[in-house]
Design a protein around this ligand. Structure first.
Ligand SMILES: Cc1ncc(COP(=O)(O)O)c(C=O)c1O
Length: 398
């Protein structure tokens, strides 16, 4: 039999930057090392009891399919969530998805054809690139830089990147992987560009309540004129420490987007029934829970930054949201350094796993001096994780 080739898409889809070091971490663990994971955004905080108790005591005798658009209780809970935030999405504007990830896929597939472009600011969340590759969409990456806290470049620079093929701009505020909280001015700038050039905005919002220093965020949904062009992708994962629940949503006032997304949703039939129902009480009363989450991450951010500042040659701008930061380190190849941490380095049978920032850039050669730290461990562990980083850097640069 002749060899049957894979599709170009399958061959060229990028591997997840976050997961490609996993085999090295597994080997380190087999060698008996304790690995501090600051490489992935898996919060260590407990899932709310309300969610866990619901799952433990789910009474039904058959686990049925849910409606493709979501269980009515969950759709209505998302609508309450947005109402409480002052956003005007109602039940008919919402489709429940398997995490924010599926909402992103539906948004990309709804707005862009093969060869079309979506503008993104690099470094960016890696899944954007993989989802774009699945649909032969080109991501047009505009670079942001560590020196100014990864804030957006000027209007003119962004405008220059817009072509006839551009269909949307995606922005995650506050941002993964940088932790950057975009200012009102930056949000307005994106809104102005979208309105002027008739582009969709895909607003990726899983971290929206995790904002520090008493600051607040200007949501895209507050711009009435923008609403027909706005697609929100959202999730319970981070705000409720429920990544494994796999419940998110796509919200849009644009009826065509909702009906296209519903067709995609019908192909996967449904999101897990129990999980959808379990998160309802949290969605209906999110502010009660997220206040503590925000406080915890702000304190962790302060700890990580204080420890990183003790390391010679490290530079960073303190981020103001989410639970990530990207420092620049005195290294020349962050992939090699991350591998070194797992393969060659140990201190008292411990090491640390980080995400090399190269995987968050589209432009080859960028991110080689940067790593992403997810501060998803308690402060004692974070102090040790940064200490390990410091010790490793001394060995690595020797
Ligand atoms: C920026 C961003 N968007 C979307 C997601 C999707 O998360 P989930 O599918 O768990 O909702 C994540 C997860 O890390 C993320 O960081």
């Amino acid at each position: 039999m002749n060899k049957i080739n894979l599709s170009e898409r399958a061959l060229h889809a990028p591997a997840s930057a976050i997961r490609k070091l996993v085999p090295f971490a597994d080997k380190a663990k087999k060698r008996g090392l304790n690995v501090y994971h600051v490489n992935i955004g898996q919060p260590d905080l407990p899932t709310p009891e309300k969610i866990m108790n619901f799952i433990r005591s789910y009474p039904a005798s058959t686990l049925e399919y849910a409606p493709s658009s979501g269980m009515s209780e969950t759709v209505s809970a998302w609508a309450v969530f947005y109402k409480n935030k002052g956003a005007s999405f109602s039940e008919e504007d919402i489709i429940v998805t398997a995490g924010g990830s599926e909402a992103l896929s539906f948004a990309f597939f709804s707005v862009a054809d093969p060869g079309d472009e979506i503008i993104v600011f690099e470094p960016f969340y890696t899944s954007y690139a993989i989802i774009a590759a699945m649909a032969d969409i080109n991501l047009k990456a505009i670079t942001t830089r560590v020196e100014n806290g990864f804030h957006l470049p000027d209007y003119k620079i962004i405008e220059k990147a817009i072509s006839k093929k551009t269909k949307a701009i995606i922005l995650c505020n506050p941002n993964n992987p940088t932790g950057t909280l975009y200012t009102e001015r930056e949000v307005r700038l994106i809104v102005d560009l979208a309105l002027k050039h008739n582009l969709y905005i895909i607003s990726d919002e899983p971290y929206q309540e995790i904002v520090f220093d008493g600051l607040s965020l200007l949501p895209f949904s507050s711009f009435k004129k923008l609403l027909p062009q706005l697609i929100v992708t959202d999730s319970v994962s981070k705000r409720f420490n429920s990544c494994g629940a796999r419940v998110g949503c796509l919200a849009s006032k644009n009826k065509q987007i909702i009906s296209a997304s519903l067709k995609f949703a019908q192909a996967r039939l449904s999101v897990a029934t129990v999980d959808q129902l379990a998160v309802v009480p949290l969605l209906k009363n999110h502010s009660q829970y997220v206040g503590q989450v925000r406080k915890t991450y702000q304190s962790r951010r302060d700890t990580v930054i204080a420890e990183l500042k003790k390391i010679p040659g490290v530079s960073l701008t303190p981020p103001q949201g989410a639970f990530y930061l990207i420092p620049e380190l005195p290294i020349n190849d962050s992939d090699k350094f991350a591998q070194f941490l797992l393969e060659k380095f140990q201190d008292k049978k411990e090491t640390v796993m980080v995400a090399p920032a190269t995987g968050f850039y589209k432009t080859a050669g960028l991110g080689k001096k940067e790593i992403r730290i997810a501060y998803v461990l308690n402060e004692k562990k974070l102090v040790r994780a940064v200490e390990l980083l410091n010790l490793a850097l001394k060995q690595y640069n020797h």
